[in-house]
Ligand binder design. Structure first.
Ligand code: COA
Length: 184
């Protein structure tokens, strides 16, 4: 057990030194599709793959020339405010537990805030403890229907559509604390 923890620790610090997060290019597509196939149930694979070529930005995490994770970002007008969404997030199974997802979520959130988003959303299944832990660590908080209703009123239904919310999922939000006293 101790040696496993030690190995993970040293893998984490090695990766930190060589990990690069950058916008994806066309030649990354095969690697991203492989990660999608290894990470999502069949039903979701189609939508995740399709989203690679749809509107938005894909960031990849790369180490030693290998793509080890990706995040898909979109932006939309939430009515009163500009919003961003982390639509898909996945890390190659061989590289999980090394804070790669955390780095991608943080980089994605920074990009969206710098690009004008006031709030950033994500949604995930209740039992996706890895995803919940990652977003929680990156400063996202859980938003129930009433919390969202308070912020968006009737526009909440448009928000659900924009973030591809599926019934039963948990909505997570991170706001730009400097700009948004309304969201407290
Ligand atoms: C969810 C996922 C992206 C996490 O990737 P990762 O690179 O292993 O996550 P990180 O190493 O950045 O972990 C960030 C934090 O979450 C925690 N965490 C990660 N996976 C976890 C799990 N399965 N259970 C509990 N905590 C977990 C980590 O321990 C870390 O917290 P710590 O710093 O306190 O240790 C990855 O498991 C994955 O690709 N899953 C399949 C696809 C998916 O479900 N995507 C999300 C929904 S779109």
């Amino acid at each position: 057990m101790i040696s496993v923890i030690f190995l993970l620790g040293s893998l984490r610090s090695e990766l930190k030194q060589v990990l690069k997060i950058r916008p994806s290019i066309q030649s990354d597509e095969g690697s991203i599709r492989e990660i999608i196939d290894l990470s999502f149930p069949v039903f979701f694979r189609f939508f995740a793959s399709h989203s690679l070529s749809s509107k938005g930005l894909v960031l990849v995490s790369e180490t030693a020339g290998k793509i080890v994770g990706f995040v898909k970002l979109i932006e939309f007008g939430g009515g009163i405010r500009e919003c961003g969404c982390i639509l898909w997030l996945a890390v190659h199974p061989d590289f999980r537990g090394c804070h790669i997802a955390l780095g991608l979520v943080e980089a994605g959130a920074n990009y969206l805030f710098n690009h004008g988003s006031d709030a950033i959303f994500a949604s995930t299944q209740k039992r996706n403890f890895g995803s919940l832990a990652t977003f929680g660590k990156a400063g996202f908080r859980t938003m129930g229907f009433q919390d969202l209703w308070r912020l968006f009123g009737l526009r909440v239904f448009g928000l659900y559509r924009n973030i591809w919310y599926a019934p039963g999922e948990i909505v997570l939000m991170k706001d730009n604390a400097k700009l948004l006293p309304w969201a407290r």
